[in-house]
Design a protein around this ligand. Structure first.
Ligand SMILES: [Zn+2]
Length: 423
């Protein structure tokens, strides 16, 4: 019996060792990378690569991953490295979200509520829930993430800030009018997050894990809604919100459609700690640029929206062909698309929203006609942009819960507490 146990133990160790060796062999570092720092995390910040270096990494990856087996192995390794690099290994425990939902208002074809979810003990992911009116049957869900805006220094800044901006409100409301249940979520230290942790908390290494975890828990919330269709889940956002979109699609297999806008690039890695402040792109045995992270969504439908004036300017020639290669390994080259607007800039403006509506309508089964005029053009005139004070979750009538964490440090401690298993 003892002998058998020893033999089993040896076999288990051999398997573990074999697994380790195999894990190393699955790793990949392209040639020609800038040297990694001699100490500290291997961060890839902003334009860490030149445009031609970014394209070369993708060309090398096409050679290295010529078939689905090779890509799937590397993709599994990269997902683990991103989770670890983002500070989310082990995955936190899911704790009760205890949603705070109030101030429901009805508009033309949709309603809006102000919502907080306790995604981390003492910390609340905040946003607005847009729901369709007059629709029957299961509804697709969409998480809407926003990009960076300048710090709030005067009252008028609120109207162009994060989820309160006209562009963020309009796309969430339009998608609800089309039949989706949409949650427009704050970044850390934005919107209602400001009263929780202050604006400065955003530019810390807490932002990335909080964004990923908030996204996962926001999907838990959306799919818990009675009318939600748990098989149709999309995420879309621009710039830093685009980073949130492709990271969430990479890490959460429930995301069935993604639309990252003006962000996916082979050479630009994002300039904020929420995008590049943690070592997700590079370790001792992996390297990915953001185009490769976006490819982790394959074969799930994805639309890249790009423009001629930022780091997405090479999308049609560089990023889309790489994504088509990876999607093609699954026989799904047709489910990834790019709308490129060479004369436009870095925003989620009307023509970019129109592209997203059309793609999401086709992929989620939404009612595109509800946002079209008689000539077939997108018409957002039915949307009612609200003043920020109407959209806030926490105000004098709805104060922050008494147990709320009062600082980024306290939120970090709360996150760590749910990454430890209870004794
Ligand atoms: Zn950021």
């Amino acid at each position: 019996m003892k002998k058998t146990f020893a033999a089993l133990l040896f076999a288990a160790c051999a398997v573990a060792a074999c697994g380790e060796a195999s894990s190393e062999s699955r790793g990949w570092l392209p040639s020609g990378l800038p040297p990694a720092p001699s100490e500290g995390p291997a961060l890839c910040i902003r334009d860490f690569l030149a445009p031609e270096q970014g394209a070369d990494v993708l060309a090398q990856a096409v050679e290295r991953f010529p078939d689905r087996g090779a890509w799937d192995e590397y993709a599994a390794l990269v997902r683990r490295r991103i989770q670890e690099g983002a500070g989310l290994a082990p995955w936190p425990r899911r704790t009760p979200l205890s949603p705070i939902v109030h101030s429901r208002r009805e508009f033309d074809g949709y309603s809006v509520e102000n919502v907080a979810l306790e995604t981390i003990p003492g910390f609340f992911a905040t946003g607005n829930l847009y729901r369709p009116l007059g629709r029957s049957g299961p509804r697709p869900v969409v998480l809407s993430t926003h990009g960076h805006s300048r710090a709030i220094t005067k009252p008028e800044d609120w109207a162009v800030h994060g989820r309160f901006s006209a562009t963020a409100q309009t796309r969430a409301a339009a998608l609800a009018r089309m039949g989706a249940i949409v949650f427009a979520i704050d970044m850390l230290g934005y919107g209602d997050g400001i009263v929780q942790v202050g604006q400065e908390a955003h530019r810390t290494e807490l932002a990335m894990p909080v964004h990923v975890w908030n996204g996962i828990r926001a999907i838990d919330f959306l799919t818990s809604i009675e009318e939600a269709d748990t098989g149709r889940i999309a995420v879309t956002g621009e710039s830093g919100g685009g980073t949130q979109a492709f990271l969430l699609a990479a890490l959460d297999p429930r995301v069935s459609v993604s639309v990252p806008v003006v962000m996916v690039s082979s050479y630009f890695f994002g300039g904020c700690p929420c995008e590049s402040g943690r070592p997700i792109h590079r370790s001792a045995d992996h390297f990915v640029n953001n185009t490769m992270i976006a490819a982790l969504a394959a074969p799930r439908p994805q639309l890249l929206v790009s423009n001629g004036k930022d780091w997405t300017q090479r999308a049609p020639e560089v990023d889309l062909p790489f994504l088509r290669h990876v999607y093609g390994l699954y026989g799904a080259a047709g489910t990834v698309a790019n709308v490129h607007l060479p004369d436009e800039g870095h925003d989620y403006g009307p023509s970019k929203r129109a592209a997203a509506y059309r793609f999401l309508a086709a992929r989620l089964g939404l009612d595109l006609a509800s946002v079209l005029d008689d000539a077939g053009a997108v018409d957002e005139s039915t949307i009612s942009v609200q003043p920020p004070e109407r959209l806030r979750v926490f105000d004098e009538s709805h104060p922050l819960p008494v147990h709320a964490a009062g600082s980024a440090e306290a939120v970090a401690a709360g996150l760590a507490s749910i990454q430890r298993y209870a004794p």
